[in-house]
Each structure stands twice: as C-alpha cells, then as structure tokens.
Design a protein around this ligand. Structure first.
Ligand code: PA5
Length: 434
C-alpha cells in the first residue's frame, strides 16, 4: 500500500452507509464550489492549485537562500503565529528526530518565536541565541500581528547586537504580503530577502507557500518530495466525484456524524511525532468551521500516552465525540524487545514481537474499546511518515476542509472571531484608537 487510505467500518454502527451515501450530492456540490470559486470565501482559493502553480524560480531562490543561511547557522528562529507557523512546525516535528535538539542534526535546528507572549520563553530563547549562530525567518501575512511583531523586535535587536546591523540583515528572511503591512515595509527598508504569501491563500492554508517551504527546507527536508505528494493527492481529490475520493468520504462521514449529534472530533495517532499534525489540523478545522454556532470541536489524543489521562473520559464520559485515527503502516526503524531469561517483569510473552506489532495491538484494542463505548472511529492509514506522505496529508486535509465547511453551510475561509480578543487586548494595552 503506497497511498493514503480511509476506512469507515468502525463508524458504521453510528451512521449507516446509506446515510453517508446520502451526503454524496452535497459534498460533490461543495467540491464544485471550490473548483468554480462561486461560493463564500472564493477570494481565498489559491491553495487549491498551489502544488501545481508554484513558481520554479521562486523555489530556486528559496533553496539558494536556505543554503546560504544554513551554512552559517546552527539555529533558525521561525517567528510567526497560527497559520504562519503551525504548518512548518507540523512537518518538521513529523520528520525530524524526537531528540533533534540534542543530537545536533546536519541541518540547522528550528526554534519558534512569535507564537507566545511569555516573558520567560523569550528570556530562555535569548540565552540560547547568545550561545549559537543563528538566522531568522519572520512570517506574517498581514505584517501587523502583535505577537510576531513583538517577538521579531526582540530577536532583531539581539541579532543586530550580536552580529552588527549589516550581518544581521543578511541573516533575516521575511515572508509577508507583496505590497502591504509593517513587515513588508521593514523588509523593504532593511533590504531583507523577502517572499510573498499570495493574497488568495489564507494563513491556515499556506504551508505549501514559502511560509512552510522555507523553514522545512532549512530543517533539511525534501520540499520537492513534499510538493509531489501534494500534487498526487490533488489529482485524487479533483478527479473523482464518488466516495472513493478520500476527501469527499472524510467530509461526508464527519458531517453525517455531526448531524447525528456528535460534537467533538478527536484526531488520534500512536505516533508522538504527529502531535503537531493534530495542532495544525485543529487550527485548520477549528478556524474554518467553528462559526455561526456550528462545527465539530477539534481535539486530539496521542496513544497510548493519553489513554492514561483521557482514556477514562473517552471510554465512559459524555457521548459527544468521534475519532479520526491516523494509522502509520510501517515504522522507519525497528527496536526489538530484549529477551530476559528471568522474566521478572513478566513481559517475555512480548519478546517475539516488534514494538510496532505491540503498538498496533494497542491501537486495535483502543479502536475496539472506543467503538464499544459509543465512539465512532474513522481510520486513515498512510504507508509511513516521510516528505511525500506528509505532502499528501496536507492536501487531503485542506481539500476535505473546504468541502466539509461548505457542506456544513459556513464560509470556511474567514475567521472573524479571531479579532475579538485583539480589540480587548489593544484596549488594555492603550493602543491608540482602542
Ligand atoms: O489562518 C489564519 O489566517 C491565522 O491563523 C493567521 O495565520 C494568524 O492569525 C497569523 O496572521 P499573520 O500571518 O497575518 O500574522
């Protein structure tokens, strides 16, 4: 098996196949709106064709900037929040060693800023930056978001103090709007290399633009393979108008379950390196669908870790959730469970099995238990976790999100609710005009 595959067998006790099939006309209509650009949010559909429309010259320039910066940096600070950071982090955490910060990989290690206002976080970051050679990638589509603006001012001051203004400028790359915003103006004034986030691509759909591509390439991963995965998944999503299309199936099942009263969707995986896939997915679906009093609340679990914290609730708490379980067919490496003749821990019955077989039994046991406990489970299986598969997952979840949002009856491409906290914060901070 070399492609993403979706299995709804363990949801069918809660929604019948006929009920899922009945949604086919709606998801096909939603898909047509995405392709025709004739429904709400149509100004933000640039991501649909992104894997095919990336400018090769821009990619070459990006790779050259990455090579230049990687040559003189042990670290890269990626400054951004929400859609301007979660996609890159999701891919990098999925592909790098869990212990990358300790094992000193051949490529620069990526650290993050601008996603928090914690003073302690920045104090610790600056201590690290005192010690290590670094460069900075600052990302903001609007160029005016407060959190990355504050973080960039702090990091830029540190960089200029450490290297001098001219060298600091050669260590910064900006990714922002082509014409507008404070970050655009700073980059133009200071002469930073800059990359554009297309107007028609919203933040949470921007991982296949320089927003994701530059940090991912800097971390040493093959962005061409990732784009190929996205291209191949795009064909699957565009070419098929039946429920063999995994994006249509996913959108249909989650909407069918929502209409039957399910309120929460948990993205579940047995792989800790996929925890930022869940964070990225939460933003993608939460910001796209959570409006007008509607939408499944996105939540996540890592198994078996969270079975020892959330397992009780999922099994026997209020019945309001479904699970979308990401299964990875093959590990990248094998680790045997050693034989111990004395068997004091009583686990010699496991020594003929690989850890993956044990993990798979935990996953199968969990699915069976949760289904019995009243939780419908979808399973999405991928062959392994590499750049190609991550590219497939990105496009699959994005396309399914557009289809699902239109099927839900909302505009999946705006996020008016995100502004509310900002008004209060600006008022409390005394920003002029608030
Ligand atoms: O998806 C979105 O639009 C948001 O999450 C934004 O990416 C986030 O608010 C950051 O905005 P900006 O890139 O303008 O700094």
């Amino acid at each position: 098996m070399d492609a993403l595959n979706i299995n709804i067998e363990h949801a069918l006790a809660y929604v019948s196949r006929a009920e899922v099939d009945a949604l086919l006309p709606e998801v096909v209509t939603a898909k047509r709106h995405l392709l025709a650009g004739d429904a709400a949010g149509s100004d933000f559909l640039g991501w649909v064709d992104l894997p095919e429309s990336i400018d090769p010259e821009m990619l070459n320039r990006l790779k050259a900037d990455v090579a230049r910066l990687a040559d003189k940096s042990r670290l890269m600070v990626v400054v951004g929040i929400g859609g301007s950071y979660l996609g890159a982090r999701m891919v990098i955490e999925a592909l790098q060693s869990e212990f990358a910060s300790m094992v000193r990989p051949s490529a620069p290690y990526i650290v993050y800023a601008g996603h928090t206002l914690s003073e302690d976080y920045y104090a610790q970051l600056l201590q690290l930056l005192d010690r290590e050679d670094y460069s900075v990638c600052v990302i903001s589509k609007s160029g005016t978001t407060t959190e990355p603006a504050v973080a960039f001012r702090i990091v830029k001051a540190h960089l200029e103090h450490k290297y001098g203004i001219a060298e600091a400028a050669s260590r910064i790359v900006a990714i922002t709007d082509a014409n507008r915003g404070a970050l655009h103006d700073i980059a133009a004034n200071e002469g930073y290399p800059a990359y554009v986030i297309p107007d028609n691509v919203g933040g949470r759909f921007s991982v296949l633009t320089p927003v994701g591509l530059l940090p991912i390439a800097m971390a040493g991963f093959d962005i061409d393979r990732m784009l190929q995965g996205a291209r191949d998944m795009r064909r699957r999503c565009l070419d098929c108008d039946t429920l063999d299309n995994p994006a249509l199936m996913y959108a249909a099942v989650r909407n069918a379950l929502y209409r039957k009263g399910v309120k929460v969707e948990m993205l579940v995986s047995c792989q800790p390196n996929l925890r930022y896939l869940a964070e990225w997915w939460k933003q993608l679906y939460g910001e796209s669908e959570g409006k007008e009093g509607r939408g499944l609340l996105p939540h996540s679990l890592t198994i078996t870790t969270d079975l020892h914290s959330m397992g009780q609730y999922v099994q026997q708490g209020e019945r309001l959730m479904m699970e979308t379980f990401i299964r990875v067919a093959k590990p990248c490496a094998t680790v045997p469970v050693p034989v111990d003749e004395r068997n004091l821990d009583g686990i010699n019955y496991l020594t003929c099995k690989t850890l993956t077989q044990i993990n798979d039994c935990a996953a199968d046991g969990t699915v069976a238990a949760h289904v019995e406990g009243g939780v419908p489970v979808l399973q999405i299986t991928v062959p392994k976790v590499d750049e190609y598969v991550v590219g497939q997952l990105i496009y699959f979840f994005e396309f399914a999100c557009g289809v699902s949002g239109y099927t839900l009856g909302v505009n999946p491409f705006d996020q008016p609710g995100v502004e509310f906290y900002k008004k209060n914060m600006f008022h409390l901070l005394g920003k002029p005009g608030f």
